[in-house]
Design a protein around this ligand. Sequence first.
Ligand code: PDD
Length: 288
Amino acid sequence: MSRFAYVNGRFVRHAVASVHIEDRGYQFADGVYEVIALAGGHFVDLDLHLVRLDRSLGELRIGRPMSDRALTMVLANLAKRNGIRDGSVYLQITRGVAPRDFPFPPDAVPQLVATARRARPVDPKALTDGVKAITIPDLRWARCDIKSVALLPAAMGKQAAREAGAYEAWQYDRDGFVTEGTSSNAWIVTRDGELVTRPPTHAILNGITRLVVIEIAKQAGLRFVERAFTVEEAHAAREAFVTSTTSFVMPITQIDDATIGNGKPGSFALQLREKYQGHMAEIAGRRT
Ligand code: PDD
């Protein structure tokens, strides 16, 4: 964990960093967050994260604690103080502190906290063999496009995955269509070589890695389509993988009891992972 955290205008020792008990994030999950990767001391696709943050705040009518420029400086300073060049920063903005009451407090001051953590080494076996996913009903609310801190269904889903020896849980809607992972976007490659991921409606978070991987796939000339796919289709897919800020592109070779493709990471997933890492390496090598 980080040695320093940022809490409302101050860098404080992580061990003693705290917020007020009547912070609405604590009582109502009334807040939003972002996780932004750091590569070689540079933020990865920071501009896209800031646009999504702005959108999440706007949808919930939470005020902005500071400008993008000031926020960027805070996050860069936090990473530097913690000596982290490769890893990620977490930032959370809540509506503010007020006596517990459901409507939005009229004069609440948004609260900003941030932490930084070093990149965890990726298990090489996960990349050579792929990882497992399970499928679970999607128990979340109807605005999953907002990156809200209300993550209890995600925590429950990830716990179910862990107990099943799986890396991720893919959630499916009432019609049996996969929405996304608990903390990642879900992708398949069909038997006839079509790369598929769900369109960015209110049913999923529009992942930044997802957006970048779509661009990479298009540039690589892969056949790409945005549409919903069922759990059955996923079981029968040639390939499957997830994308996220922390997993990049992670091949999935088992979904529930079904072996995906030949049980080894597929060529689309490996190619997209390599190209995405190239994108990160390019950012890491920037001078400013
Ligand atoms: N999770 N879908 C959900 C529900 C997520 O929580 C995330 C990110 C993604 C992928 O988004 P991105 O590519 O922007 O990281 C999709 C972050 C990493 C987390 O909660 O830790």
